[in-house]
Design a protein around this ligand. Sequence first.
Ligand code: UDX
Length: 428
Amino acid sequence: MGMNVCVIGAGYVGLTTSAVLASQGHNVQCVEKDQEKVERLKSGHVPIYEPGLDAMVQSNVNNKQLIFVPEMREAVKQSEIIFIAVGTPSLEDGRTNLRYIEQVLQELATIITSYKVIVSKSTVPIGTNEWMEKKLLQEGLKQGQFDLISNPEFLREGTAIADMLSPDKIVLGVKDASNVSLMKQLYHFSPAPYIITSFNGAELIKYASNAFLAVKISFMNEMALLSEHFDINVQDISEGLKTDPRIGPLFLQAGLGYGGSCLPKDVSSLIKQGEEVGYVPQLVETAQRVNEQMVEVYIDKIKQILVDPKHKKVAVWGASFKPNTDDTRHSRAIQLIKRLVELKSHVQVYDPVVKLEWNEVTEYNDLYQAVHGVDLLIVATEWEEFTKADWNLVKEKMDGSMIIDARNVLKCSDLEKYELQLVGIGRG
Ligand code: UDX
C-alpha cells in the first residue's frame, strides 16, 4: 500500500528520495521553495546530472506518483511521513549551517496538528536531532504529536538511484523503536538490515562512514608514496589487501585523493566537532592532511616532466570530482587545473559533462581535440571514456609523449605500443 510522503527539499538527496519512493508506489509530494525549479521539475527537467534520475522523475510525474510543490502546508497536512532533506552547507569556520533546517522546523510547527513522523535525512553534526526535537517542542508542538527519526543517507553520486533502491543498511536513530515498523513499510522494497540506534548514534554512523572511506583512500595514497621509494607497483598492494574480507575490495585506489560534496565536508566537520568536545580524531585529521598534499605530489611530477610548466601546453581530461557526475565541488581535478594556471601553463580541458567557462583555460568538446599540440596529458578523473581512449589518435595529436595517470586507471601495455609514456603514482 502506497503511503503519503512529503519530502522537503529538491536537492540531490531530496530528489532521489522522492523519485525512488514514488517509483515504489508511494504518493510523494516534494516541496521546493525555488518556484522556477518547481516549474522545471514539473515538466520533468532535473537540474542535476545523475544517471537514471531524469527518467525516473519524469515517469513518476507523468503517472502522478510524484508532484512538486512550492509550499509545504498542504503537502505536510496530507502526509504521514515528512522527510527533511534540505541543505546543510559548511560555514566558513567548518561548522555546519543549520539555518535551512531551523526554518523548516519553524514552519512545520505552525502546520502540524495531527500525528506525523518526521524523518531527518540531511547530514548533521552529532546532537542536531536532539536539538531538532527540542526546537519543535519549543515552537509549539506537543509530545506525542510527532516522532523524529534520524535516517542518514549513504547515496553516492553517479549511482544514487541504485544505492537508494538497494542500500547496504538502513540506519534509524530513534527515541523509541515503535516507528521502526512504519519505516519498514516505507522501505518495503529493500531487504537491507536495519541498524537501530540513538539520534547521536545515527549521526555519527554517517560521519564515521565517510571518514573511514577518507582514511582508506589516504592510506592507499600513503602506500603509493612509499611504493615509489621501493620501486613497487601499488596496484599489487591493493590486490594483496582486497581479498581480505576484513579490509574489503573497494576504496583502495591511489591517486589525486578524494573530493566531492561529502567526504571533504564531513571529514572537516568531524574534526571540528572533535575539537569542540576536546577529542580530535587523529586518524581522520591525518587522512585529511594526506589528501590535501596529493595535488602537490602531482605538481611535483609535472615539474619533473616539463621542468618549467610555464607556457607549456597541458591537457587535463576530467574536471568533475569523480566520473558519472557533473559535480565539481572540492574536485581534485579542478585543484590541479588551478595550480597549473597559477604556474602559467596553457591548460586545455575536456570533461564529458562539466563546462568550466573560465577565461584562463581552453575547453574542448572532444577529448582528442583537447590533446592537440600538448606537451603533457593528465588524466584527472577516471571516466570510462578516458580509459578506453584511442591512444594511437592521442599520440598523433600530442606534441609530447608523456601521460600522467592521476587516478592509476590506465594500462601501461595499452600506451606503450604507441610510444606513449605513462606516469602514475607508485606504479613501480
Ligand atoms: C560519498 C559516500 O561514498 C556516500 O556513501 C555518501 O553518502 C556521500 O559521500 P560521493 O561523494 O558520491 O559519496 O563519492 P565517493 O564515490 O565516495 O567518492 C569520493 C571521492 O573519493 C571521489 O573523489 C573519488 O574519486 C575518490 N576515491 C574513491 C579515490 O580517490 N579512491 C578510491 O579508491 C575511491
